[in-house]
Design a protein. Structure first.
Length: 386
């Protein structure tokens, strides 16, 4: 078996753990999900915190739990209601998986989050990190977490060079995380490691002078703390230009669909390297305006050219012929790996087309539906033109 990368001498381990735990109990941020041991609430927080900052999660967490206070309530909820409560957080597959997992917990585990690692991993949307976090924090089970924050701390403690996500290095970081784990207080320990990474051992400028475990840190001793971990090559953002039609009938109603065709025809193709999840995360099955990806088109940024392409799309997909499209400004939307330019067009029509599975809410009452941030910006641009 390979040696762990972070080799804190065995006799020093108790002091190392004591220092970090004492610091955590003294300095930890007062976060709502830290005031409970309820596995359901801890699980919800861990899912929300994936790819999302603590400050952004906090208000959603409170509202979501007010709406779905128990796993049973979440399991019984309609998917639309769950997506609506999630709207704005992004990565909507997380919300769908949360609901599906809640249903499995109710039907297969008597309404209690399973305590066994293998059973937790079998739930939709739960990977090693989330399972370890919930089991350790809620039940005190001795599983060590390893996420980006913890990996960074470990890489500096052990002066680990090389790409941390490389499977060989990641496996050894897992062994190191397990070796350091204070098994009798696993939940606190995991949170302490994550908190250290989030607040002191930060990516760009680690605050080593405030670090409770500085005396065991090899990177600090070598003067290379701010050079580790080795920078990953930044992924080039995928640039997209989407033209969207906000149809408006004389009663102020508009048309929204579940699938505009964007994800299938445009985004999925452009994000193949990142995997189909990215496209799903951006647009999948949330209500959206009819839209078309015009990124590959010459002169995509010229309203006339975009309107022409959108007009053809409306004719072929919705049977709407010769609709007058009025440019409604431009908006930007950024989501991990995507830099999206939104080109909304307002189109007044006598009658909205009947599309199976579509909806026709009033444009002014749009907020009641589960929609993405991008769709919200398109609606706002169109409303500003009225
Ligand atoms: Fe991170 Fe500095 Fe602490 Fe080392 S001493 S773990 S680099 S904050």
């Amino acid at each position: 078996m390979p040696k762990p990368l972070v080799a804190t001498p065995e006799k020093e381990l108790p002091a190392f753990r004591r220092r970090l735990l004492a610091w955590f109990r003294r300095e930890k941020r007062d976060l709502e999900w830290r005031r409970t041991r309820d596995p359901y609430r801890i699980w919800v927080s861990e899912i929300m915190l994936q790819q999302t900052r603590v400050a952004a999660v906090a208000p959603y967490y409170t509202q979501f739990l007010a709406r779905f206070p128990t796993v049973e309530r979440l399991a019984r909820a309609r998917e639309d209601a769950v997506l609506r409560a999630w709207a704005g957080l992004g990565y909507y597959s997380r919300a769908r998986n949360l609901r599906r997992a809640a249903q499995e917990i109710v039907t297969q585990h008597g309404g209690k989050f399973p305590r066994e690692m293998q059973e937790a991993l079998a739930l939709p949307g739960i990977g090693r990190y989330t399972a370890s976090a919930v089991l350790s924090i809620a039940y005190g089970e001795p599983w060590a977490v390893l996420d980006g924050n913890v990996a960074r701390v470990l890489s500096r403690l052990g002066a680990v060079r090389g790409p941390l996500r490389q499977p060989r290095i990641w496996r050894r970081l897992e062994e190191s995380a397990s070796g350091l784990l204070a098994r009798n207080v696993a939940g606190d320990w995991n949170q302490a490691m994550m908190e250290l990474g989030a607040t002191v051992c930060t990516p760009r400028t680690p605050r080593c002078s405030a670090c409770p475990v500085a005396r065991w840190c090899r990177a600090r001793a070598m003067g290379i703390a701010d050079q580790l971990p080795c920078a990953r090559r930044a992924a080039k953002p995928v640039r997209l230009t989407l033209a969207a039609a906000v149809l408006l009938d004389p009663r102020g109603r508009t048309l929204v669909v579940r699938q505009s065709g964007i994800a299938r025809k445009g985004v999925a193709r452009k994000t193949r390297k990142e995997g189909p999840k990215e496209a799903t995360a951006l647009f999948s099955r949330l209500w959206q305006f009819p839209a078309v990806d015009i990124s590959a088109q010459a002169g995509a940024e010229i309203p006339g050219s975009a309107a022409e392409r959108l007009s053809r799309h409306l004719a072929s997909e919705l049977g709407l012929q010769a609709v007058a499209l009025q440019p409604a400004g431009m908006a930007r939307h950024a989501v991990t790996f995507h830099d999206i330019r939104l080109m909304p067009f307002l189109a007044r029509v006598e009658r909205l087309p009947r599309i199976p599975g579509s909806r026709t809410p009033r444009l002014t009452e749009f907020g009641a539906l589960p929609i993405s941030g991008a769709t919200r910006k398109i609606a706002a641009a169109a409303l500003a033109c009225l």
